[in-house]
Design a protein around this ligand. Structure first.
Ligand code: NG1
Ligand code: MG
Length: 593
């Protein structure tokens, strides 16, 4: 399977660019980075590590509950050029960023104390180098753990085209690229599979302070051109490429279809200003007139999603609420827990609750033991049973009337939650709160709403995957037949409806939207999208909309006219905030001769 493959290391730029499966002109950015590296550090880079951002098509906030998600890598990525440096300061890093004033140069060095490597990461504010340090941390403590072998001193230069805080996972792209950089420059890439890199990057990203699931890192590492990935996390990480209903002819850029010959002649080439080049129309999509396919369009709400600083009351709180909901459901439904399973207190996930509910003994480390049909059944039934998590409904003697009478909005207090868990207060804190800093607004925790979202969203992912598989079959078999076209349209409508339901659930049950995201997704639907939803953690950042291929330009024009923050944006500035995406390939390393 895809996750067990080695990380690609390319020795020629032809190979590197063609692996991206895109008609974009990548050369200017790569050239510019290499030229700048040489002018700043006085020698050529030894490697460039590349990791893409991703757009999540469906499956929001369910990866840390260990349910499958459906993202695709985007063409926008992080590139890190690096080379070892000759100095006596072991493992020291000079880190610079091409976006200079926003991300000032940093110099830091790890220290080896008490049998472990340390780097200072400030979790109270967002610093760009924290993501570089996070990637380095895991490499140090995995490959230099004994303290005997020393990491080499390194110079690095970073450039990124994934907008930060936009839900397109610039953070995971940074962490994956950084992890790859330090692996490559220390000659530790051999034997590291894509799956291992995902595990390392997941661990690394948690060091920045967000207890995230593994979706972003897996998408950034494992993705393949032209398909989305159905990523599952239980019992182990697994990834299945899912073809998208993108029509019979693939979408191509309107201009720059001729790819500049790979150059990277660092001593002669002039730096290009790729991102501000008015002729760089690389993200506009030309649409085959007769195509019946759909295209995913990202639109940034321009509200910056502050996930790290806001993690206490947002992301990390949701992680705790879903975990506690899983325990309480086990108790309410009389399912095996703790002693029955492992002999000690466990933090059971909502995904594991499904297996227990269906009476299937699932073991970690093996193949998933639930069939798609079983998972479907379990999710549907548990979606209904999650109503028992409403205040007052969880006690054994709670009658049906109570279920109907109690509002979901209220949530439960800390005391009620501890009581529902069946744990002593100390044990509860140890199991659910000792490793994370959270604060519930008004002291109320929302177990019902969070579990209801997770079960329904996980079900929508299964339905979306199924519809994509059917859609591709139709397009492949009957590209021109009217019946095929109508059927394809019907599939796009199914996908769009699932995206709309997902948005509704994120907004109402998971409460991870914001007024601007609600407004922008409504505008996108009114502008003709089959469906539109927030993507990524939410509370700001991007939306993703499914749009008929033949309608993309018209759609963009309508959204521009209707969404107030876009009114004064033209040309490149507009393309920065709203663009069609084509699934790209995952992370790799380019090695200079
Ligand atoms: P974003 O907002 O794109 O960084 C975050 C998490 C994911 C996932 C989504 C919500 C990180 C690194 N990633 O994505 O694991 O939980 O939110 O579906 O925090
Ligand atoms: Mg992120």
């Amino acid at each position: 399977m895809a996750a067990s493959l080695p990380i690609p290391v390319f020795n020629t730029l032809e190979e590197a660019y063609s692996s991206l499966g895109s008609a974009l002109d990548h050369a200017p950015r790569w050239d510019n980075l290499a030229v700048e590296f040489e002018s700043r550090f006085g020698r050529k880079p030894a490697f460039i590590a590349r990791a893409p951002g991703r757009v999540n098509l469906i499956g929001e906030h369910i990866d840390y509950a260990l349910f499958g998600v459906l993202p695709a890598a985007v063409e926008r990525d992080i590139l890190i050029a690096c080379a070892p440096r000759s100095t006596t300061e072991q493992g020291a890093v000079r880190a610079e960023n091409l976006a200079g004033s926003k991300y000032p140069p940093r110099h830091f060095a790890p220290s080896f104390k008490n049998s472990a490597w340390h780097l200072d990461i400030d979790k109270t504010q967002l610093n760009w180098e924290s993501y570089v340090k996070a990637g380095y941390y895991g490499v140090l403590n995995t490959f230099f753990a004994s303290g005997e072998e020393q990491p080499v001193p390194v110079d690095i230069l970073v450039t990124g085209s994934v907008p930060a805080g936009s839900g397109l996972s610039s953070s995971a792209a940074m962490v994956v690229a950084s992890t790859l950089t330090f692996l490559a420059v220390n000659n530790k890439l051999t034997g590291v599979s894509k799956g291992r890199l995902v595990e390392l990057a997941m661990e690394n990203e948690k060091r920045v302070g967000v207890n995230s699931g593994g979706m972003d890192q897996a998408a950034s590492v494992i993705s393949l051109p032209n398909s989305a990935l159905y990523i599952t996390f239980f019992p182990t990480l697994s990834a299945e490429p899912i073809p998208l209903p993108s029509g019979s002819s693939p979408a191509v850029p309107t201009e720059s279809t001729t790819t500049t010959a790979p150059s990277l002649t660092t001593s002669t080439a002039q730096p290009h200003q790729a991102s501000t080049d008015p002729h760089n129309t690389s993200l506009a999509v030309e649409v085959p007139a007769a195509s019946a396919g759909g295209v995913f369009v990202c639109a940034n709400s321009l509200v910056v999603s502050d996930k790290v600083v806001g993690a206490r009351t947002r992301y990390n709180l949701r992680v705790v609420e879903t975990l506690v909901a899983a325990r309480v459901l086990c108790r309410i439904l009389g399912l095996p827990l703790d002693e029955d399973i492992s002999g000690k207190r466990e933090r059971v996930t909502l995904r594991e609750v499904v297996g227990r509910y269906l009476g299937v003994k699932e073991t970690k480390g093996g193949e998933p033991l639930l069939s798609t049909a079983q998972l479907h059944k379990g999710l549907s039934e548990l979606g209904v049973l999650s109503g028992r998590l409403r205040p007052g409904c969880w006690k054994a003697d709670a009658g049906e009337n109570t279920v109907l009478a109690q509002g979901a909005e209220l949530g439960v207090s800390m005391e009620e939650m501890v009581e529902m868990s069946g744990l002593e207060k100390d044990e509860f804190h140890e199991t659910y709160l000792s490793w994370v800093d959270v604060e519930a607004p008004n002291g109320r925790f929302q177990l019902y709403k969070r579990a209801a979202h997770v079960f329904s969203e996980a079900l929508r992912v299964l339905q979306f995957r199924q519809a994509c598989l059917q859609g591709r079959e139709l397009i492949d078999n009957k590209p021109n037949a009217p019946v095929g076209e109508n059927a394809t349209k019907a599939i796009l409508e199914v996908l769009g409806a699932l995206m709309n339901e997902s948005m509704e659930s994120c907004s109402k049950l998971y409460e991870c939207s914001c007024p601007e995201l609600d407004q922008l997704t409504t505008i996108c639907r009114e502008a003709g999208a089959y469906g539109s939803r927030l993507t990524g953690a939410g509370w700001g950042g991007c939306t993703v909309s499914l749009v008929a291929e033949s309608q993309v330009q018209d759609f963009i024009a309508r959204v521009k006219a209707a969404y107030p923050p876009y009114k004064n944006l033209e040309g490149e500035q507009l393309k920065e905030v709203i663009f069609a995406t084509k699934p790209s390939s995952g992370a790799f390393v380019y090695k200079f001769d």
